[in-house]
Ligand binder design. Structure first.
Ligand code: ADP
Ligand code: ADP
Length: 234
């Protein structure tokens, strides 16, 4: 079963009297254990697509299935639960809390979920170890490099062990060596740990290493290059 499946999803916005089509008839599936890169020019519809995948926004038409369940009809409470339990979000600017240590940042979603202190701490340490930062547990974000801060943010995104990881330009604030580390980590989370990882990026080199590349322009999905390459001839 795919983690997520979009069926003929469109999204319109009203700008004054103008109807803006942000997404038009988009269909694809996200399999577990795969990396999908979304590429496209500014205004092409990438953020809109990410918002729909992340349950922050609903399609105007079409539907979105999560493990075979249509979430297009879910209440805002159900969508909030989906965001907490099914999706891990990684952002360009990390969004760590400056007054909390790396460990406390990773613990935060577990604290909010009511996980008891001992279990929470153990889980957060295990996650910091997964991203190679166990020796930085008591550092504050200001004491970390950009690449390290993004690793903490990824550990935090993994707290609920979500099947889906959505990363919005995760290397946008990093130098190329740190960016490379982050991409390697995200690929490992898919290929080794079985998460379905979606990365929005402008980096063609990263795209070349994804299992699938979805190019989106003017709200329209242009091919799934990796699949076309391997598809049998018609
Ligand atoms: P990208 O992330 O690729 O830059 P977006 O998804 O942000 O593209 O935008 C796609 C199109 O939808 C653009 O024309 C944008 O201006 C428009 N758009 C996005 N969000 C809104 C909104 N909330 N209201 C009106 N128009 C929007
Ligand atoms: P990004 O940094 O991902 O490119 P944007 O600047 O495109 O983000 O959009 C930031 C927020 O503003 C998003 O929630 C998007 O939906 C919204 N937005 C984008 N374009 C418009 C628009 N023309 N009118 C209103 N909201 C918009």
């Amino acid at each position: 079963l795919p983690v997520l499946a979009l069926h003929h999803v469109s999204k319109h916005y009203q700008r004054g009297t103008e109807d803006v089509v942000a997404l038009l008839d988009v269909s694809f599936e996200l399999a577990p254990g795969t990396v999908t890169v979304i590429l496209g020019p500014s205004g092409g519809g990438k953020s809109t697509l990410l918002h729909i995948l992340g349950g922050m926004d609903r399609p105007s038409e079409g539907h979105v299935d999560v493990f075979g369940q249509d979430i297009s009809t879910w209440s805002s409470d159900q969508l909030a639960q989906y965001r907490r339990e099914t999706v891990g979000f990684v952002f360009q600017a990390f969004h760590l809390i400056a007054s909390m240590t790396a460990l406390e940042n990773v613990e935060l979603p577990l604290l909010l979920a009511g996980v008891p202190t001992t279990a929470r701490r153990a889980r957060a340490l295990e996650l910091l170890k997964r991203v190679g930062l166990e020796t930085r547990a008591n550092h504050y974000p200001g004491q970390l490099s950009g690449g390290q801060a993004q690793r903490v943010a990824i550990a935090r995104a993994l707290a609920a062990n979500p099947p889906l990881i959505l990363a919005d330009e995760p290397t946008g604030n990093l130098d190329s060596a740190s960016g490379e580390d982050i991409i390697r980590l995200l690929i490992a989370l898919a290929h080794e740990d079985g998460h379905s990882v979606v990365i929005v990026t402008h980096n063609e080199e990263f795209a070349a290493r994804a299992d699938r590349v979805l190019r989106i322009r003017d709200g329209v999905l242009h091919g799934d290059l990796k699949q076309e390459e391997t598809a049998p001839m018609a």
